[in-house]
Design a protein around this ligand. Structure first.
Ligand code: NOJ
Length: 599
């Protein structure tokens, strides 16, 4: 353009011709500049709309340390045991591990009763073991997410010992107390108490303390700013060590109405309605974000996500600076103990509706965890699939296909990658879980039907998900050379990691393939989700689309042949994975068949 101006100045004679030239130059330059701007803008919008984060692209593997691998023969899993299995964990392709609590604890609730937040539980090892574990994970490109249990502590924590010692202790307000001269406090339901009563009388100071969980898990008072700062400092202590994220246990219950109003009787059946998302919770999370999360590149997720999708969304809306990821229970809560033998455990239509609603709530902003099992649930394949011998394998693979192809961060609980099943204890003596044991006592003292209770627990007790990991066919499934703290599922002879590792068609190797498929395709992480054949009562069908790539996922959630109508021509589609040796055609699907196509 400059050149063209010079020519105009010196050779007036060609004025007209060059005037035309100038106009063209200006016109085309304007187009080029505007195009460049648009490209820039597009790039920005593209990246912005993704808001990529490592924890969004992660596949989280949850390890229950007590049941994973015992290295010293005391019957309890430990950190050295996990270290010895790091190559196995790496081989799964997972990129992050969520470790259930490993802090000092008297183990009333298997570590969810912390007596020292800055030390390691003796059963699990030492801080040196922890440092070695963290390094071993990082060396393998795996992130570590810690479980932070701060709705309550153990009654053996120094804070509680001080707090209960006198009404004037500086630690008194670290917990919730009700002085007995005021009479009995308004009823609060406790999830784990033998009497369902969350207030426990303590004669030392003639007062009641609050415990939403067991008596040995007194609730911390989040209204106390000194306590809050102690907790943030503790979290920074772990973040400074290099941990990569935090899962906040029961945190939706942390903020309480300390005017202690009388609550309606349905509190017992719907405690979440009254306990979750109390006033102040968002402020505590904002403060925690400022004091901890914002200072590190960490994943942050809290157990539970309130009562509504709006609650869930508000916890993770990026503009609010609270948490990174929501963890709602809507879908997990669907699988119920069937009241009639062989009865429906959950409705597939409802299942699809819940996941579709969740997806839409987080489509624009915020992020979601995708999971169907954890240490508080019985086994994935038993609850959501079918653990009968002929269906265990295809249904476990179908569930893997589902969890690895949804938008959100998938979580996989240890053992589910083998399709481990419920042990179905038939007597109370076999149980170890405080929730099951104390509820049994409650039923006993309240004339409950104990035989029915045992039948129900065989389906739903969390101990089903806590039996030792099945490594191989040696004694105790290779978990421990001692007596395991809880019985090993006798089916380890058939279901174990060593056998599945060797079998190219095993659930384990299917899991590895599906994890890789997700990692290779951002569309499966960020892609738009569209539900197809919505009213199909057997098949869950959807597409995932992103940046010119489109995937079709077809999942038969039943034990019968099924058909699906997607209206999509798959004649030219590429079959990426399926859980039978050949994929069915013409919209028909075999029992629990799962297929993923690239369109
Ligand atoms: C939720 C945890 O996941 C569960 O295992 C524990 O018993 C309760 N919170 C109490 O900490």
């Amino acid at each position: 353009m400059l050149k063209c101006l010079l020519v105009v100045a010196t050779k007036k004679i060609y004025m007209k011709k060059y005037l035309l030239y100038i106009i063209c130059c200006i016109f085309f330059s304007a187009i080029i500049i505007s195009c460049n701007n648009n490209v820039g803008e597009k790039k920005e919008t593209f990246a912005d709309s993704l808001n990529r984060k490592w924890w969004k692209e992660a596949v989280v593997y949850q390890i229950y340390p007590r049941s994973f691998k015992d290295s010293d023969g005391d019957g309890v899993g430990d950190l050295k045991g996990i270290i010895s299995k790091l190559d196995y964990i790496k081989s799964l392709g997972v990129t992050a591990v969520w470790l259930n609590p490993i802090y000092s604890s008297p183990n009333d609730d298997n570590g969810y009763d912390v007596s020292d937040y800055r030390n390691i539980m003796k059963d699990f090892g030492t801080m040196d073991d922890f440092n070695a574990l963290l390094k071993g994970m990082h060396d393998r490109g795996i992130k570590l997410v810690m479980d932070i249990v701060v709705n309550h502590s153990s009654d053996e924590h120094e804070w509680f010992k001080q707090s209960r010692s006198s009404r004037t202790s500086p630690y008194r307000d670290y917990y919730h107390w009700w002085n007995a001269e005021r009479g009995k406090p308004p009823y609060r339901y406790s999830l784990f108490d033998v009497n369902h009563d969350a207030w426990k009388y303590d004669s030392v100071t003639n007062a009641y303390y609050l415990h939403y969980f067991s008596r040995k898990q007194p609730d911390l008072n989040w209204e106390n700013p000194t306590l809050r700062q102690e907790i943030y400092a503790m979290m920074r202590y772990w973040a400074d060590k290099g941990v990569d994220g935090f899962r906040l246990d029961a945190f939706q219950f942390a903020a309480k109405d300390t005017t202690w109003p009388v609550l309606p009787p349905d509190l017992k059946t719907d405690f979440v309605k009254y306990y979750a998302m109390g006033d102040g919770l968002h402020d505590y999370l904002k403060e925690m974000n400022k004091e901890v999360f914002s200072k590190y590149d960490v994943m942050s997720v809290a157990e539970g996500a309130g009562k509504t999708l709006e609650d869930a969304h508000n916890l993770v809306d990026e503009e609010r600076h609270e948490l990174g990821m929501a963890y709602p229970f809507d879908a997990v809560d669907l699988a119920k103990y069937p009241s009639t033998p062989g009865g429906e455990q959950y409705s597939i239509l409802k299942f699809k509706e819940i996941f579709s609603k969740l997806d839409s709530a987080f489509a624009e902003k915020g992020w979601l965890s995708v999971f169907l099992s954890n240490h508080d649930q019985s086994r994935l394949v038993t609850r959501f699939g079918n653990d009968a011998p002929e269906f265990r394998d295809p249904s476990a693979k179908m569930l893997i296909t589902f969890l690895m192809s949804m938008r959100g961060t998938p979580y996989y609980y240890n053992g589910d990658e083998l399709g481990m099943t419920n042990i179905r204890f038939d007597k109370i003596e076999d149980y170890r879980d405080v929730a099951t044991l104390n509820e049994y006592q409650y039923q006993k003292t309240h004339s409950g039907d104990l035989a029915e209770f045992i039948k129900r627990k065989a389906f739903e007790s969390r101990d089903n998900g806590r039996t030792p990991f099945q490594w191989d066919t040696t004694t105790n499934a290779g978990f421990s050379s001692g007596t395991p703290w809880i019985k090993v599922n006798p089916n380890y002879a058939a279901i174990n990691a060593a056998a599945q590792d060797k079998d190219a068609n095993s659930v384990l190797n299917y899991f590895r393939k599906m994890v890789q498929l997700r990692k290779d395709n951002l569309a499966l992480v960020y892609g738009k989700y569209t539900l197809l054949d919505k009213d199909n009562p057997a098949v869950y069908a959807y597409t995932r689309e992103f940046n010119g790539k489109k995937f079709l996922v077809l999942l038969n959630f039943t034990a019968k042949d099924a058909t699906v109508k997607t209206g999509i021509d798959i004649s030219k589609a590429k079959l990426l994975i399926n859980n039978y040796s050949t994929a069915s055609a013409n919209g028909s699907l075999k029992p629990y068949e799962a297929v993923v196509y690239e369109l």
